[in-house]
Design a protein around this ligand. Structure first.
Ligand code: GAP
Length: 576
């Protein structure tokens, strides 16, 4: 049923995009659907065409199939992650827990490699950045000082008919994205029509359709920004009404009022209920760094500007937790707080903006799938904030936040703790509370970006197909697989010898079962960049075949050079 409901939703959205009819005018009873199709949860494209065979709206279907393709890619990625041991739903034998996931053998390796690379880039390569590992539980006053108790809220709204809960801001943002997409599409169409003669700037400045849509978008943006800045929940609801936003399940616009919802998970510390006090699971790792500012300053011999980095779990009771590991209730952050002189924060903010964008490129994410997006409303602690967004299969979304946090956190901790959290600057001969520039990237989101970008379904020259995960070799869960061509004639023994040498340097995989082709395919699917095959010739000339994942090219190399060659090819220094 879900796929059917989705297709109606998509059709409605697409109708909106293509202006072929108003959304509410789609008569669902026109979509003749037989019982068999209804039972089919994962409707195929041909099933969809049957559904729409009887409909009067071919335009909608044409547009819809485009969206379904993107959705299908994402569905394939999710099932690939489960099938090949990357990511499983948490406690799946009990039907899972909403928006919580476990990482399997290859998912864990990939996540660890991304984390290690972040640590090397931030801590190892910067003499003025040091790392810590603070506890998840913190004194409750921490969250009062940080503003999270009072202001870490999301505005939620319920649809009274479907009882489905939404984030009011996300509903509006999604609608604004669609408005922008309409403008982009208009320009794309004109580009195709006029070819090289097309002047995009002029077109955007003069085309009446574009101007009308742009005006609507600007007005919406201005109202949205004002409502957020003034924390005006009624204005948010009014915007949802004026934009005619409908629930994706019921299709109705029967909304409750917008309410604030605090995202922190609370729990009790202490064994006797009456004496127990409420503490929170940390919603960001950053506060563990702020409360340790003095400890690190006094022990690490750092001078301003300097940074403190940390990787760890964070927890948020997200209202809308969808899109696989993109938004979950338990996740990992890789955060760095950079302490600078007051007044120099914008210079460092710009520095870290560029440095962090470069890091994502080095991970292998293509330039055209990355972009900056300034925050419309900065968080309660920031005076400037930008997101690095990545184009996931479900659109451009936040991957990392870069925030100029001023002295907000240290000042509030100083006030509430009564401890002097200042830095004596010997060059200026004065003490001050440092300003902070923060870089904060989600580990799980980065992993999803790397997998989404690397996942390819390829048709090969001989007509066969393969699924291959093209991740950068230094990130790959398994660096090298070792295969004896057959399970006899002394080949397994020789292969084991090679495996025993490789495993001290790399995460390796050994397999004898199945044809060599099948073994290659399995390694392609988990992103293993190199496979070593030992054949009868090896016993004579001491050479093995090394096969490269992306090109599938095979070379003969001497056994004595296997470790050295693999080391060279998977070295992270190559990409820096
Ligand atoms: N200390 C600043 C901070 O926490 P944020 O923008 O709320 O800022 C930073 O979070 C990053 O953490 C995001 O860019 C995202 O990658 C990741 N993140 C935030 N909430 C998440 C969630 N519910 N699930 C997965 N990752 C999340």
């Amino acid at each position: 049923m879900i796929a059917w409901v989705d297709s109606i939703v998509i059709a409605r959205e697409r109708a909106f995009d293509f202006e072929c009819m108003p959304t509410e005018a789609i008569p669902s009873e026109n979509f003749e659907l037989n019982q068999e199709l209804l039972r089919n949860d994962g409707l195929s494209q041909s099933a969809h065409s049957q559904i729409f065979k009887f409909s009067n709206y071919p335009l909608i279907f044409a547009a819809m199939s485009q969206t379904i393709t993107q959705e299908d890619v994402f569905k394939s990625i999710i099932s690939h992650c489960k099938e090949y041991g990357f990511i499983f739903p948490s406690s799946e034998i009990y039907d899972g827990l909403g928006a919580v996931y476990d990482y399997g053998p290859y998912g864990y390796e990939l996540k660890k490699n991304i984390q290690d690379f972040w640590w090397k880039s931030m801590v190892q390569l910067h003499e003025n950045i040091v790392g810590i590992d603070a506890a998840i539980f913190m004194h409750p006053k921490t969250w009062k000082a940080s503003g999270h108790v009072d202001a870490f809220n999301d505005p939620l709204i319920d649809n009274k008919d479907s009882k489905k809960r939404y984030r009011a801001d996300v509903l509006i943002e999604t609608t604004m994205d669609k408005m922008q997409a309409k403008i982009d599409k208009e320009a794309e169409k004109a580009q195709k029509k006029f070819g090289d003669a097309f002047d995009k700037g002029k077109f955007l400045a003069t085309n009446p359709n574009v101007l009308r849509n742009k005006q609507k978008l600007d007005e919406t943006q201005a109202r949205f920004k004002k409502a957020l800045e003034e924390n005006d929940l009624d204005a948010l609801k009014q915007l949802i009404i004026d934009l005619e936003i409908a629930c994706e399940i019921s299709g109705s616009r029967n909304w409750t009022d917008v309410r604030q919802f605090n995202l922190m998970f609370a729990t009790q510390v202490g064994s006797i209920a009456e004496e127990a006090s409420t503490i929170y699971l940390r919603p960001e790792t950053a506060q563990g760094i702020f409360v340790n500012f003095l400890n690190v300053l006094n022990t690490s011999r750092q001078k301003i500007p300097f940074g403190i980095a940390q990787v760890g779990k964070a927890f948020r009771n997200e209202i809308v937790a969808r899109q696989f590991v993109f938004r979950t209730r338990e996740f990992e952050q890789m955060e760095m707080q950079y302490f600078v002189r007051p007044g120099e924060e914008m210079q460092w903010y710009n520095h870290w903006k560029q440095a962090r964008m470069k890091w994502h490129r080095v991970l292998g994410l293509p330039e055209e799938k990355l972009r900056f997006l300034d925050h419309l409303k900065t968080a309660h602690y920031a005076n400037a904030a930008v997101d690095i967004q990545f184009e996931f299969p479900f659109g451009f979304k936040e991957l990392e936040g870069i925030h100029s946090r001023t002295d907000f956190d240290l000042k509030n901790h100083q006030e509430l703790s009564g401890k002097r959290l200042q830095y004596f600057d010997s060059e200026l001969n004065e003490s001050y509370i440092p300003y902070v520039v923060e870089t904060s990237v989600g580990l799980n989101r980065t992993l999803l970006a790397v997998i989404s970008n690397g996942y390819k379904e390829e048709t090969l020259e001989d007509g066969s197909t393969r699924v291959v995960l093209k991740v950068a070799p230094f990130l790959a869960p398994i660096k090298v697989a070792v295969f004896p061509l057959v399970k006899k004639d002394g080949l397994p023994e020789k292969a084991r010898e090679i495996m025993d040498k490789l495993k001290f340097d790399f995460q390796c995989f050994y397999e004898e079962k199945d044809t060599i082709g099948k073994r290659y395919r399995r390694q392609d699917a988990i992103g293993t960049p190199y496979c070593i095959t030992i054949d009868h010739q090896t016993l004579e000339d001491n050479q093995v075949t090394i096969r490269e994942r992306d090109t599938m090219k095979q070379d003969r190399i001497d056994i004595t050079r296997v470790n050295e060659i693999v080391a060279q090819r998977v070295d992270w220094r190559k990409v820096i």
